[in-house]
Design a protein around this ligand. Sequence first.
Ligand code: TEU
Length: 561
Amino acid sequence: MTDSWWKKSVVYQIYPRSFADSDGDGMGDLRGIIAHLDHLAELGVDVLWLSPVYPSPQDDNGYDISDYQDIEPLFGDLATFDELLSGAHARGMKIIMDLVVNHSSDEHPWFVESRSSKDSPKRDWYWWRPARDGMQPGAPGAEPTNWGSVFGGSSWEFDEKTGEYYLHLFSRKQPDLNWENPAVRQAVYDMMRWWLDRGVDGFRMDVINMISKDVSLPDGRLNAGSAYADGSAAFIGGPRLHEFLQEMHREVFEGRDGLLTVGEMPGVTVDEAILHTDPDRHEVDMVFQFDHVWVDRGPDPWRLLPLQLTQLKAILGRWQAGLAEAGWNSLYWNNHDQPRVVSRYGDDSPAHRVASAKMLGTVLHLHRGTPYVYQGEELGMTNYPFGGIGDFRDIEALGQYRQAVELEGRTPEEVLTVLRARGRDNARTPMQWDDSPNGGFTTGTPWLPVNPNHREINAKAQRADPDSVFHYYRRLIELRKTEPAVAGGDFTMLLPDDERLYAFTRRLGGTELLVIGNFSGVEAHAPIDGWDGAELVLTNLDEAPKDLTLAPWQAVIYRRS
Ligand code: TEU
């Protein structure tokens, strides 16, 4: 892809089941998205990323796909999808699809065939292995490796019918596809071309850095107190990953323009990301790295660490510097797997919610890279007040809770403390459209409750209020279009040792921008010289700071040339 239009673009992620429900079944759908396209156009975003909308048993809310070439009936049908696509295109927005091909659903016909017998022509489309040497198949501890699955329990499921195990890095209803088999890869490329021919504008590729495994499947190291080992050394950035991505590029993307590809890559390093995103290597346009959302996660998964701003800056500064020459960063605070950023790195109390949400947006959007806005982030939506485990629906929360409490002896309360703060359902409560009983999301019973704060925090109120988070995000997005240094400028981190202020400059030709965000509830002075008399481009509070002394949660952008 030669034009790199996506460097000047902002992507908006839609989680369809929680966006807008048009038919009262409590579940968002495509018609609901169509009804709100004007909200997105007004915000000014360029690309919509749809989390999976394919037929699925919904074990992991659609990340378990049973048919790659159709639409989940709960969400609509292909004709409605085409309508959504043309509605977005008519408003100048592109649509990229979620591509979930590390695994399929166990209800996909490929897997149904594969599990039917050891001689099935599709047996080798998945990872089947016998029990550990000398052990009784199905007996405790006889799994082929000691790996734990991301959602708790072993990553191997014993299948009575043929007496073997299949690999599932996620839930047992998400068997891993075997990318070693060229027929699997060709089937995936075929399917991708089919969507592109239909008019979609690219893909967000789910855990794409896990598709290549070390075929010897070595055990992982077992940590004290854990029931299962972390096997990721054998499948994160595996031996053939670059080869597979280059093959995919050749087979699917070559000769097509105007597309966007972003690979989700938990655990990817800066050095690997440079190789993945260097345009001369023809792999993907950008990756989602995870370092900056793992900053508050210590070695003990069930202990919360407070944010240390110096660490966050060290991490994002390293990514900015690493991809300065070749490659390109994606920028995100939020997605459907992360808690709400205003509750996590900001302050969601009534006094500071609006200011801190705007500050976080400012800092993110002014980095060098392509920003992603997750639905509701443009409203400053917050975490949900979850009570007990019965309030959660996410397979990850439920599975990890079971493993931690039942197998590893954690107390329910220590596990719940972390799930309330970090659990994925925080991102998945319905979009807050207005102040009516279900927030305008549905006329029925929402599949996950609407946050009670929708009476204060909702799109209708914010679109009518020029000082809202919504209009501030709109201005941030607009600034990317009007100030070339936002997309094109280089990046220099300032004040790396300051625990309150996040400060950096962006420079393009003779123009320089200074960006500062106060990540604290106290006033803070930035000891930076040379900006007297510079133009204040944007701030999130009524008063401009004096002498670079920022009020609590204040953000500023200055320009000089
Ligand atoms: O997520 C991959 C992933 O790494 C997540 O498991 C994440 O680290 C974790 O949930 C953080 O709490 C992708 C999708 O985004 C996620 O929704 C899916 O559940 C997962 O892959 C399996 O498809």
